[in-house]
Ligand binder design. Structure first.
Ligand SMILES: Nc1ncnc2[nH]cnc12
Ligand SMILES: [Zn+2]
Length: 330
């Protein structure tokens, strides 16, 4: 669907399509433990978040040079633009690369080669969000934030991702305080597989402005009331939830009920190469399977720009919002 939208929950490493993985492997002399792209695609059957993360981290071995990160980001931006994405706030996982011996600068500079020219090349404005791996230590997160200091002109905010259960937000209190002191915006994954309490901690202890996923808030009526009252944006990822078995089928997804409850929902792709679709595909899927009306779809698109970190460019945000209102559904 080409409805203009902002993508607010997108892991750049999760945009690595099998074809590009093999191309980068060949270029870098990396051997993948799969004979072909078809065989690799066969591995895309996930039981839960952890079974996905195992493959996600394994394939990152092909990302080694600035050019690799640049090519990865350009491939995403091209696909996203074709599906109506006008603004993208992109997560990256520095620790998944520095733990393999890469310099943080290789990752940031490589991504920036694509992101810095994205408005001109793809018609997509961008922001970069550095994510801490929550299954690594708080000390490692602090060291990562410290290493990122030379690149803060390119980094808008911090996030928290990877294996959720057993790694509550409170573990990262100190690093989020330090990030806030540096003027960084704050988001965190919470309530994807973890309980509603993790969403409350992310808000109260980490001071996040948006909750990534936040799906399990529906189990706590008082929390839903709070999220509605405070207009806290949730970056939902419907196709991801199906593939990682957070919901049984797309038809069971609580998105319509969440919108009816007044929650500020957005729809995003998470790791589109792995979960069967980019942002526009997610919009198409919820339209078809959940029967969302044109008003609801327009609301989701409007929310995406309102929830974005475009506060430093209200003129651009207003232009995007006008595009949403002017859009004609086909
Ligand atoms: N859906 C997800 N949840 C947590 N960590 C992730 N890293 C990449 N995708 C993720
Ligand atoms: Zn995610």
């Amino acid at each position: 669907m080409s409805l203009p939208k902002a993508e607010l929950h997108l892991h750049i490493e999760g945009t690595l399509e099998p074809e590009l993985a093999f191309e980068l492997a060949a270029r870098g002399g990396v051997t993948l433990p799969y004979a072909s792209t078809d065989e690799l695609r066969e591995a895309y059957r996930f039981e839960d978040l952890q079974s996905f993360l195992n493959l996600y981290y394994e394939l990152m071995a092909v990302l080694r040079t600035e050019r690799d990160f640049e090519d990865l980001a350009n491939a995403y931006l091209e696909r996203a633009a074709a599906q109506g994405v006008r603004h993208a706030e992109i997560f990256f996982d520095p620790q998944a690369h520095t733990s393999r011996g890469l310099e943080l600068g290789t990752v940031v500079e490589g991504l920036w080669r694509a992101l810095g020219n994205s408005e001109a090349n793809h018609g997509v404005s961008t922001r970069l969000i550095l994510c801490f791996l929550r299954d690594e230590s708080a000390e490692s997160a602090l060291a990562t934030l410290d290493a990122a200091k030379p690149y803060l002109d390119r980094i808008t905010g911090v996030g928290l991702d990877s294996a959720e259960v057993g790694h509550p937000p409170v573990k990262f209190r100190e690093v989020y305080e330090a990030a806030a002191a540096l003027g960084l915006r704050r988001v965190a994954h919470a309530g994807e597989e973890g309980p509603p309490e993790y969403i409350i901690e992310a808000l109260d202890i980490l001071g996040v402005e948006r909750v990534d996923h936040g799906l399990r808030c529906v189990e706590d009526p008082a929390l839903v009331e709070r999220l509605v009252r405070d207009r806290v944006p949730l970056t939902l990822c419907p196709l991801s939830n199906v593939r990682l078995r957070t919901v049984d089928t797309l038809a069971d997804h609580p998105l319509p009920a969440m919108l009816d409850a007044g929650l500020m929902c957005t729809v995003n792709s998470d790791d589109p190469a792995y979960f069967g679709g980019y942002a526009g595909d997610n919009f198409d899927a919820v339209r078809e399977t959940l029967g969302l009306t044109e008003d609801r779809l327009r609301e989701l698109a409007r929310n995406s720009f309102l929830a974005s970190f475009l506060d430093d460019d209200e003129e651009l945000r207003a232009r995007y919002l006008a595009e949403v209102e002017a859009y004609t559904f086909t």
